[in-house]
Design a protein around this ligand. Structure first.
Ligand code: ASP
Length: 589
């Protein structure tokens, strides 16, 4: 007995098995369910490890039976008793502990509970707002707890792996100066420096680079990041990165060590053996074959260029597009055979919705094609098409033509076809690397270049001459990791030469003064002997979401916020007192 009047557990509920029969145990936990079978009371007792059936039989022991009479769902109790085999007709094969029960000899109520606002049962369908308002009750449900357990295992496996590879876990500040990752900052007013603000880190990017200048060689951190962006199912205002950085390395070094880490991670957490090295494709190849930099190769439907077939075509539309330097690209639909016209019309509407001027469909019928444009095509063109696209009988080929960027349309169509016609996702995990992203993108609204990754990303040496001349032709030493079509991480080799860093800032349109003001500390550090370095960061929430088979990162975050940034449990964000505002020199509105 503790001096607070309850007995400490000797075992966890979910761990008892037939081997334990005859053993005396004390359990601590919550009443999941209570059933009164005319005298004998049965409890399902729950703790973090699972459920255990406890039996209160007045003929065996009167006092605990009286306590059991007072119990309601979610009461916290301590009880002692003997482990017994269950009678054959009450064995529950769906429960790990389903072959045994505990015959209570002593029971104490530790805490009472109000009637919960929803049933604390696995898989009961509860409104998300209610779940978030009472998230501490929600997490009592096994299916809500499991993803948090998995997430913890992921973090632990990562820590162990990186620790054994010589990475140092080093914390970086939360109250800092804005580190631009392209999102809006969260800011914190400073009381000691009135009128000034800290920014919460969008990532530890500059600090980890400074740690390399500091000679720490290999850094990692499971780091909280803040970005004031609109939320989606895979985005929250605050999220967690597995963040790391290494010195004296090339892209291949990061890629190899991360390959190893992911093999280890999947083996330890999911018991899955992944085959490394994971495939690599350049950004250009990914855009060409999948129309996106986040390809999901689990379904074929690779996008191909059919322009060559039509160089001398009589089909006017294709001829004029090709004449203007455009292309004809398309994909063969998987899982769709000899569809009716209605289905094909839907595909055309979808292409238009995605922004295409039009879409040409073709269905193979013997040696010819059923298509609105078939009459404009020569037999030679038809043969070349069916052969190149490897069209079987009844199979459908979709072609888009244009001189602009067809990628968004083709990637959208591919996704539409996957959702609509393809088989469910094949078992397995498609992990791959996309490398060599462009260094800059052109922002048409602001009429200036922007970094595709961030301004500290290094271009390869060989393209330094092109930097000012033709910035959009320059690639970067960058790499993203994609898991089942979702970007889970990204990084790059950084610039360690202050002059090159200055050139990049200039191309981005930053004036000398602004550079000094925002990044002076970085440029200064780079002048004190900076090692070549690079790193990567993974979204831990997203990774855990995928590994747990969930659709939203809210499912792997203990206390997530709603789409509109509210914490329904605590009521944050909230107003603060006049006194607090005054102290911060903020005028109430
Ligand atoms: N800091 C980068 C990000 O948050 C990742 C990296 O370059 O390491 O996207």
């Amino acid at each position: 007995m503790t001096d607070r009047g309850w007995k400490k557990r000797t075992r966890y509920c979910g761990t008892l098995r037939v081997e334990d029969v005859g053993r005396e145990v004390t359990l601590n936990g919550w009443v999941q369910k209570r059933r009164d079978h005319g005298g004998v009371i049965f409890l399902d007792l729950r703790d973090v490890s699972g459920l255990m059936q406890v039996v209160f039989n007045p003929e065996i022991s009167k006092a605990p039976h009286e306590v059991a009479g007072e119990l309601r769902n979610e009461y916290v109790i301590s009880c002692r008793g003997k482990v017994s085999p269950r009678p054959a007709d009450s064995i529950n094969p769906r429960l790990a502990t389903g072959e045994v029960e505990v015959m209570a000899e002593e029971a104490t109520i530790i805490s009472a509970s109000l009637t919960p606002p929803f049933e604390i049962q696995e898989e009961s369908d509860v409104d998300e707002a209610l779940r978030l308002r009472y998230r501490y009750l929600d997490i009592r449900r096994r299916d809500q707890l499991e993803p948090l357990i998995l997430r913890s295992r992921v973090a632990a496996a990562v820590r162990t792996f990186l620790d054994t590879r010589g990475f140092l876990e080093i914390e970086t500040p939360m109250l800092t100066k804005s580190t631009p990752e392209g999102a809006r900052d969260f800011v914190v007013p400073s009381r000691l420096q009135p009128g000034k603000f800290y920014a919460l880190p969008q990532s530890p990017q500059l600090f980890k680079q400074l740690l390399m200048v500091a000679g720490t060689d290999r850094y990692y951190q499971i780091a909280r990041c803040f970005r004031d962006e609109d939320m989606r199912s895979d985005r929250q205002l605050e999220f967690t990165q597995i963040d790391l950085e290494m010195s004296f390395i090339e892209p291949q070094d990061i890629i190899s060590i991360m390959d190893e880490m992911f093999v280890e991670l999947f083996r330890q957490v999911l018991g899955k053996d992944l085959a490394a090295p994971f495939p690599r494709m350049s950004w250009k190849e990914a855009m060409e074959a999948y129309g996106t930099d986040r390809p999901d190769p689990r379904w074929g439907m690779v996008i191909r260029d059919f322009s060559d077939i039509f160089t001398a075509t009589d089909f006017k539309l294709f001829r004029s597009v090709l004449g203007e330097g455009g292309r004809v690209r398309g994909l063969k639909v998987e899982g769709l055979i000899s569809p009716p016209r209605r289905e094909l019309d839907d595909l055309v509407s979808e292409a238009q919705r995605l922004g295409a001027g039009g879409l040409v469909w073709m269905v193979r019928e013997g040696e010819s094609l059923r298509s609105p444009v078939a009459k404009f095509l020569s037999q030679k063109e038809i043969e070349a098409l069916t052969e190149e696209a490897e069209m079987g009988e009844g199979e459908v080929l979709l072609l888009a033509a244009g001189s602009g960027d067809l990628n968004a349309v083709l990637a959208g169509l591919r996704q539409y076809c996957i959702t609509r016609f393809a088989q469910a996702a094949p078992e397995g995990w498609a992990l791959l690397w996309v490398t060599d992203f462009p260094l800059f993108d052109w922002d048409e609204n602001e009429k200036r270049f922007k970094s595709n990754h961030h301004p500290f990303t290094s271009p390869p040496r060989k393209s330094l001459d092109l930097l000012e001349e033709d910035p959009l032709q320059v690639t970067s030493d960058s790499y993203d990791m994609v898991l089942n079509g979702v970007e889970i991480g990204g990084g790059s080799i950084r610039i360690h030469d202050p002059e090159l860093q200055n050139r990049i800032f200039k191309i981005l349109g930053l004036g000398q003064e602004e550079v000094e003001e925002k990044f002076g500390f970085l440029l200064e550090a780079l002048r004190y002997g900076a090692p070549p370095h690079g790193g990567i960061a993974y979204g831990l929430d997203r990774l855990a979401m995928l590994m747990a088979g969930k659709e939203s990162i809210r499912e792997v975050i203990a206390f997530p916020k709603t789409q509109s940034g509210l914490d329904l449990m605590t009521g944050a964000p909230d107003i603060i007192s006049q006194a607090q505002l005054r102290e911060l020199r903020i005028k109430p509105i």
